[in-house]
Design a binder for this molecule. Structure first.
Ligand SMILES: Nc1ncnc2c1ncn2[C@@H]1O[C@H](COP(=O)(O)OP(=O)(O)OP(=O)(O)O)[C@@H](O)[C@H]1O
Ligand SMILES: [Mg+2]
Length: 402
């Protein structure tokens, strides 16, 4: 074991003989005295600078880290006022602080929010955190301070703050750009979709098979791009606070049956049963109709997309949440299901999970993210329960009144 020669500890001299004085010893083991205050001690090797001062503010003991942090040899510090370690501009305040502390000494932990500074022998200032502990001995009262250089942490925090501000600016600029680009982005796409449609309907003239196949791809891709742009624009609008919510009495049953009707063909194409059930007391809610519809459309579309066989069901019943009357809309399916570890990420932007063994699903991974954002604006909650391989249920819990 490598320890320093045991030597008696003396507050008056501090560690005056602290040269490189190591000896390899196997016996005797250090005593408690050595461990706590001797030169092989916790104090001497503490990662923080430890400075012990007496009642008049004179430094009586420092450890190795104090020498490193402040750039003094300990001989230069012992016997000097502690203000030697503090920037001159703060001396007067420090003397007062010291008096106040002496009148009411108690343990003060680090990080109590004080802006404190140390100064090195070369005059360089640096931010510190300091904890204080009173020590009462037969030789008198002392105060031990543990001092930590927080330059790096402060710089890191500042970098984070700067970065955050930059990100906020960039994000606001992006949202504003997107929100104002909606027209410019959609107009040409609508032209592409429109003219591809007329070509496919062979209005301008006949097409050969290959032309028809390729135009089919153009039409599908354009529709996909339009739905992606719509989702991104919706999100940008929500984030920039430009999405308007109109709270009014909404016929929930009507919205549900519209959504089901618009997906009937899609479900039938896949041989899926699509059913709805709305409890009698859930006919109406005070909410934003467009958002409610959009959420239900997305959930129903997903349920059909990620179900190979079986059924998709939309059911609506009432419940109480936090003492308030709520309407619970649930879209459940007998589809591929979602692994527990994926469920937490489901509502993030661009999250899609690997079902490659089941074939290709198109989409961009924005639907649920958008739904969650809309639900928030409605004061509603969107959650999922799912069993991998068996099916999923997405639940929107909507306050009945605003
Ligand atoms: N009913 C469901 N059953 C199984 N997995 C689902 C279901 N709904 C969503 N998922 C999974 O969650 C992912 C995210 O869904 P989300 O609706 O956000 O994106 P998407 O459907 O892939 O694309 P789009 O942006 O076109 O909606 C999906 O890619 C899919 O992996
Ligand atoms: Mg989707």
């Amino acid at each position: 074991m490598l320890i320093r020669d045991p030597m008696p500890f003396d507050l008056r001299s501090g560690f005056r003989n602290a040269g490189p004085n190591f000896t390899i010893v196997s016996q005797p083991k250090p005593t408690l005295h050595d461990i706590v205050i001797g030169q092989a001690s916790l104090v001497e090797h503490a990662p923080d600078a430890i400075v012990i001062i007496d009642e008049s503010g004179v430094i009586r003991l420092v450890n190795a880290q104090t020498e490193r942090l402040f750039g003094y040899y300990r001989e230069e510090l012992i016997g000097r006022p502690v203000e030697i370690l503090i920037p001159t501009r703060l001396h007067r305040r420090h003397v007062e602080d010291r008096r106040r502390y002496a009148a009411d000494p108690r343990v003060r932990p680090m990080g109590v929010g004080l802006e404190l500074f140390g100064t090195r022998k070369d005059g360089r200032e640096f931010p510190v955190e300091i904890s204080l502990s009173p020590i009462v001995t037969g030789e008198g009262k002392f105060v031990a301070s543990a001092i930590r250089d927080v330059t790096e942490r402060k710089a890191f925090e500042q970098r984070l703050r700067d970065l955050n501000a930059e990100l906020e600016d960039a994000s606001r600029a992006k949202d504003q750009f997107l929100a104002s680009m909606s027209h410019e982005l959609r107009t040409p796409l609508n032209a592409i979709i429109g003219f591809t449609g007329t070509l496919l309907m062979k209005l301008p003239g006949p097409l050969n098979d290959e032309q028809e196949r390729q135009l089919g791809i153009v039409a599908w891709s354009a529709r996909h791009l339009l739905s992606l742009i719509n989702d991104i624009l919706d999100l940008a609008k929500i984030h920039s606070g430009k999405r308007e919510m109109v709270f009014e009495t909404v016929p929930v049953a009507q919205v549900v049956s519209d959504v089901a009707a618009s997906h009937a063909a899609l479900a039938a194409d896949k041989g899926l049963e699509l059913t709805t059930q709305v409890a009698e007391d859930c006919e109406f809610a005070t909410t934003d109709r467009r958002s409610l519809r959009q959420i239900l459309l997305n959930l129903t579309n997903n349920a059909i997309k990620y179900t190979q066989k079986g059924s998709v069901r939309i059911d609506v019943h009432s419940a109480r949440r936090n003492g308030r009357s709520a309407i619970v809309l649930r879209v459940s399916d007998t589809g591929v299901g979602i692994k527990p570890e994926d469920q937490a990420r489901l509502f993030g932007a661009f999250e899609q999970f690997d079902f490659s063994h089941l074939g290709q699903f198109d989409g961009s991974g924005l639907g649920l993210h958008l739904c969650r954002n809309l639900a928030e604006l409605l004061g509603a909650e969107l959650s999922v329960t799912s069993k991998y391989g068996e099916g999923s249920a997405f639940t929107l819990t909507l306050p009945r009144e605003r």
